[in-house]
Design a protein around this ligand. Structure first.
Ligand code: 4AD
Length: 434
C-alpha cells in the first residue's frame, strides 16, 4: 500500500490507507488516544482505540509523544467535528515507531514563551502551524514575483553578494577581510544589475542583502531577501507604473491564498493609480495630521522621515502610497536629479499600511558628469566603481529600477507584528543563531 498524503485523504473516504508524518498533537481521553498527524500537505485527526489496534499496538500508542515520526494504517471516515479537514482516521495499525520524540518539547515551547525563547527554538517553532503557514505564504509571494517578471520577459541573474563597493551609505556596511583585501557583504545588487542592461535588457534578482542596522525596530533585519529589478529605457513615470502593475499582480494572487485569508481577511487589492505624495507634501501632511517625529517635534523640510512618522502617514492614507521626489543629497548618489528641479530626485519609495516602506526605487543618474559629481559630494572614492562608471561611458541610456524587501511585504500582508516572524532564521542586531 502506498502512503497517502494528508491532503488526498478526503478522496479516500471509507478506504483503508497508510499515512506517514509527525505527531502534531497527542491527547488521551479515557481509553482513546487522539492524534493529529502532520505531513507536508496538512493535518489530520486520528483516533486509536484498543479494540481496533489490539493491546500490543495500543501500548505503543500510549507512549507516543508530540513530534514522534510515525507510519500508520487506518480507515478514513468523514466527521464534521474533526478539526482541520473534517476527516478522522481510525487507526488500525501503528507500525514500529522510528523515533520517539523526547517529551521535553512540551515544556520547551509554550504559547506564553517569550520572544527570546521562541527565537532560540526557532528550529522547532518552524514545525508549528503559524510559522509554517508564513513560510509557505512567503514561497507563494516569491513565485508570484518571478511569474510577473517572466510575464514581462525579464531575465533572472545572481550577482555576487561579496563586493568591494557600497550602495546605500557606509553606516550599514558589514566589512570583512577577503583574504588580503577589504570587502563587504552587499547592501543591494542594484549596481550590478545595471551592468547587464545593455545585453540582457530587463533583469531581476532575488538575493540576500545585508545591513549592519544598529537600530532595533520591528521592521529591520541585518540580512533580508531583496527582490531587485532594473529596466533600460524606463523613465520615472514608467517605473511607477511598473511597480503598480507588479504590486497589483502579486496582491491579486495573494488574495486567493487561503493563508492570507487566515491572517488578513480584509486585505484589499489596490487599484491604479496609487496615491502619490511628494516628500515636500508629506512634511506638510505630517503636520496637518498631528504626526510628530521621534524627538517629539514636527519634522522640517530636509529631515529624514523615520519609521514612526512614515508608518503613521501611510496608516492614515490607508492604501499603498508612493513617497516621491526626495531632496537631493538625502538619498544615494545613483538617483537621477529631476530635470525641472534638480533640488529633488526622481525617486519613489512605496509605503504600505502597517509597515511603511517596502520598496525603494528611482530613475538612475545616466549622465556621467552628474554621477561623478554626486559621488564626490558623498565622499566616495570613484576608483572602485570603475566598472559602474563605465556604464555611463559606453552607451548610457535612461533606466530605472527598484528593490523590495520580501520580509517587509510578508509582514504587511499577513499583519505580522514583527519582521522576525517573516524569515526562516532571522538575523537581528543581537542574534545570528540558530
Ligand atoms: O531603500 P533601499 O535601501 O534601496 C536599495 O537598496 C536600492 N539600491 C534598491 C534598488 O533600487 N535596487 O532598500 C530597498 C528595500 C526597502 O524598501 C526595504 O523594503 C528593504 O529593502 N530593506 C530592509 N528590509 C529589512 N531589513 C532591513 N534592514 C532593510 N533595509 C532595507
Amino acid at each position: 500500500m502506498k502512503y497517502i498524503p494528508v491532503i488526498k485523504l478526503q478522496e479516500k473516504v471509507d478506504e483503508r490507507v497508510q499515512v506517514r508524518g509527525w505527531l502534531h498533537h497527542v491527547r488521551r481521553q479515557g481509553r482513546l488516544i487522539f492524534l493529529v498527524i502532520r505531513d507536508p500537505t496538512g493535518y489530520v485527526q486520528a483516533v486509536v482505540k484498543p479494540k481496533s489496534v489490539g493491546d500490543t499496538a495500543f501500548k505503543v500508542a500510549e507512549k507516543l509523544t508530540r513530534e514522534t515520526a510515525i507510519t500508520a494504517e487506518g480507515t478514513v471516515k468523514e466527521d464534521d467535528r474533526a478539526p482541520y479537514i473534517g476527516i478522522e482516521l481510525q487507526i488500525t495499525a501503528i507500525n514500529p515507531v522510528i523515533n520517539y520524540a523526547s517529551p521535553e518539547l512540551e515544556y520547551e515551547i509554550r504559547p506564553d514563551s517569550g520572544p527570546q525563547v521562541l527565537l532560540d527554538k526557532r528550529h522547532l517553532v518552524l514545525r508549528g502551524e503559524q510559522a509554517s503557514d508564513i513560510m509557505r505564504f512567503r514561497d507563494h509571494l516569491t513565485r508570484s514575483f518571478r511569474d510577473f517578471f517572466y510575464s514581462r520577459d525579464f531575465v533572472e541573474v545572481t550577482p555576487s553578494t561579496i563586493v568591494q563597493t557600497q550602495v546605500e551609505g557606509g553606516s550599514t556596511l558589514f566589512a570583512f577581510k577577503y583574504f588580503d583585501h577589504d570587502a563587504y557583504l552587499t547592501q543591494s545588487s542594484q549596481l550590478y544589475l545595471e551592468t547587464v542592461l545593455a545585453s540582457l535588457g530587463n533583469v531581476f534578482c532575488v538575493l540576500p542583502s545585508f545591513r549592519a542596522e544598529k537600530s532595533r525596530t520591528r521592521r529591520h533585519l541585518t540580512e533580508y531577501t531583496h527582490i531587485e529589478a532594473e529596466m533600460p529605457w524606463y523613465e520615472f513615470e514608467d517605473l511607477l507604473e511598473f511597480m503598480e502593475d507588479m504590486i497589483i499582480s502579486v496582491y491579486t494572487k495573494a488574495k486567493e491564498n487561503p493563508i492570507l485569508k487566515k491572517f488578513n481577511p480584509t486585505m484589499e487589492v489596490p487599484s491604479k493609480p496609487f496615491e502619490q505624495v511628494t516628500y515636500e507634501q508629506s512634511i506638510r501632511h505630517l503636520r496637518e495630521y498631528g504626526i510628530k517625529g521621534e524627538s517629539g517635534k514636527y519634522l522640517e523640510y530636509g529631515d529624514d522621515i523615520t519609521e514612526g512618522p512614515e508608518r503613521a502617514l501611510v496608516d492614515k492614507i490607508g492604501s499603498p502610497t508612493f513617497l516621491t521626489h526626495f531632496p537631493t543629497g538625502m538619498k544615494p548618489f545613483y538617483m537621477k536629479l529631476n530635470t525641472e528641479n534638480p533640488e529633488v530626485m526622481n525617486a519613489a519609495d512605496l509605503l504600505i499600511p502597517n509597515v511603511g516602506e517596502i520598496i525603494g526605487g528611482s530613475q538612475r543618474e545616466d549622465d556621467l558628469e552628474t554621477l561623478l559629481q554626486r559621488m564626490r559630494e558623498e565622499g566616495l572614492d570613484t576608483k572602485p566603481y570603475y566598472w559602474y562608471i563605465d556604464q555611463r561611458k559606453y552607451g548610457t541610456v535612461p533606466h530605472s529600477g527598484f528593490g523590495l524587501g520580501l520580509e517587509r511585504l510578508v509582514q504587511g500582508l499577513l499583519n505580522l507584528d514583527h519582521i522576525r516572524d517573516a524569515c526562516l532564521y532571522p538575523r537581528l542586531i543581537n542574534r545570528a543563531t540558530p
